[in-house]
Each structure stands twice: as C-alpha cells, then as structure tokens.
Design a binder for this molecule. Sequence first.
Ligand code: HEM
Length: 389
Amino acid sequence: MLDFLSDETRRNPFPSYDQLRSFAPVLHEPRSDLWLLLDYEGVKRALNDAEAFSSVVSPPTARTSQWLVFSDPPRHTKLRALIMRAFTPKAVASLEPRIRELSRELLDQTIERGEMDLVTDFSVPLPLRVIAELLGAPVADQPRFRRWSDVIMALSHTVSGGDAAARVQEAFRVVTDEMRAYLEELIEQRRAVPRDDLLTRLVEAEVDGERLTEEEILGFFQLLLVAGHETTTNLISNAILCFIEHPDQLARLRSTPDLLPSAIEEVLRYRSPVQAMWRMTRRDISVHDQVIPAGKMVMPIIGSANRDPQRFRDADRFDITRDPNPHIAFGHGIHFCIGAPLARLEARISLSTFLERVRGFTLASDAPWEPREAIHVHGPARLPIRFEP
Ligand code: HEM
C-alpha cells in the first residue's frame, strides 16, 4: 500500500501509483478505511459527481466546514458564483504587470549571489504576495500569512491520526483564532472605508439577500490563502525541477519560447501540485464493478489519474509539446479550480522572467530534494539551485 509519509514516496509517488492502478483502479485501505481511486475515469467521475460523492468531508463542527471546496450544491453553487466575480479573465489579466514587477524584484535580490533556494526566494513569495494583495491585506502582514498557511496545509496529516494529528489540529485551532481576530479588524476597516479589494467584496456580498457571516468570510479567506499560494508555489518549483531533470525539454523551450504555456500544462500533468482530494460517498456506489459502501472517505488521486496510460500515451514521459493534454490537475466539473487562470498567469510570467534572467542553472546539492510535508500536495520544500554564467 502507499506510504504517503515517506520522503521517497512523496518525491516520487508515480511508480507506486502505477503498481496499484494496474492491480486495481479502486482500492480499499483497511487501516484507515479509506478508498483510493487511481485511474483517470474513476477520479474524474468522483470529482464531478456531487450526487454520489459529497465534498462535505469535514464534520459540521470542524473549522474547515465553511470552506467552499468542502461544500455541496445548492450552497456551493451560490458561494461559488459570488467568488467567481473576483476571478474574471479581465480581473486576472489586469494583474500581469504587477506579477512581472514582483518576479523581477525577487530575482534582482538573488541573482548577484549566484545561487538561491528557489522555493524560499522565489516560488513562495511571489504567489503569496499576489494573493495577499488581491485579498487586500497589508504587505507587512505577509510573514504571518506564510505561517498560517503552513499550519493549515499540515492539516492533511491528520488523516494518519495519532499524536502528530492531534498537535496539528491544536495548532490549527490556535491559528484560526488568530486569523479571526486579525480579520475582524480588517472587516471593520472595510465596512467603514470600502476599497477595491476582495475583502471588501466579501464584506458587501449577499447570498439570498443575506450578508456573509464573519465565519463564512473567514472560511473564504483561509481557503484563498492556502489555495492561492501553496499550489502555485509548487507549480513554479515543479516546473524548474522538471526542466533540471529534462535538459532536452528545457533546450527545446529555450529555442521555442512560445511553448511555455504548453510546457506549464505538462508540468501540471507530470508533477501535479495537488495530488489528491477528498470525497465522502453518499450511498453505495459502484466504480469499475467495485462497490464502495455509503459514508466512506474516498481519495481521488489526481496525480495518478494524470499518469494513467489508458488516457495518456507515454504517460511517464515529460513532453512539453504534448497535445492534446486533458490533465485534471485543476480538478473537474463543479469544483473546477477558480484560480486556474491566475495560477497559469503567475506560472507563465514568473517562469518566463526566470528563464530570461537566468541562462543556466543546476541543483546546488547532490542530496535528493526534500519534499513538502503535506501529503496531498506535491513539490519540493527546498530547491537549492546554482546559477551558471
Ligand atoms: C479548487 C488545484 C491554484 C482557488 C481546486 C481543485 C483543485 C485545485 C484540484 C478542485 C478541488 C475539488 O474538486 O475538491 C489547484 C492547482 C493550483 C491552484 C493545481 C495551482 C497550480 C489556485 C489559486 C486559487 C485557487 C491561485 C485562488 C486564488 C481555488 C478555489 C477552489 C479550488 C477557491 C474551490 C472551488 C470549488 O470548490 O468550487 N484547485 N488550484 N486555486 N481552487 Fe485551486
């Protein structure tokens, strides 16, 4: 069975996925009583079939129960419509100059040094600043955001249970209280003096003629903070990692820079930043002739679906010209990622700025790279790289 907690598996879960998928695309893990879905069709179905697979996976008392991503229709439909207005193509495109400016600034700070930790110096601060600015939080508060986001991400460990899980739950409780106090102040400020930011929009928004509660605003704020930067951080880091691992593909990209959008789609498929999501069965459900009983936790493994040889030719080959590339790295159907246009834009601008400024780069250490701790996301926690003249 998959050992999600070992560094080796988190660095490279793909051979295990292959093995399990060819054994059976639907697998029951008895220790955690968790059902794994591993093939493209099964994963895609679970992500979109809200009638059979509910997204309400946290108990009503849990502090994530207000999150859009963990809600079902009809509530989900209303909340989603509300937030979609902030992520229209026009609103996202208007961020381009600012993203370019931030990318340049971050590189200016490190290029002279001759080396950098790509994650800490570039792929973390860029999306973090973008989402903080979008939400309307003061720049000075960003270190707090990073800390909060780390604690929220660590929640995915709680699936393994035990002492570590209890500690993480406690840390999350403390962080939620801190965030609530912080937000109450910001919300009050926005009520007094509205601004052109996401927080003002949330404060003024109405669903069925009712304002959002502070708890709902907090839920949005937490979700956007984590969804808005952790995932994009991993996309940027994974892209650089893929380029280092596949120099022929990088050379191809350098000679044809127009391939960048297609290269980004291939990174999303090949090293999907979000490897898995959660669902709960509403009734007995048959998938590939296996019956998953009602009320069970299901883990659709997106990272495995995106390497399914039934759907992708040469699934384990990193090919920046892959076309078509119907990956489901942003999910599928009613919960499809709201931030996908923003994530794609951030990746395109940051990577093109990086490749223009940095002619050559290699890993600065022979040691295997250290993976992020959270089990359902995939990417390095650190990636020391050295620039070459
Ligand atoms: C939903 C992945 C970036 C906001 C999702 C889902 C996936 C995903 C797989 C579907 C979850 C499900 O079906 O249960 C990613 C990846 C990203 C990324 C791989 C970057 C590479 C972003 C950004 C934002 C964002 C930048 C916001 C600024 C959201 C929200 C949802 C979501 C709000 C919930 C949508 C819903 O439940 O209707 N994302 N995401 N994501 N994402 Fe992203």
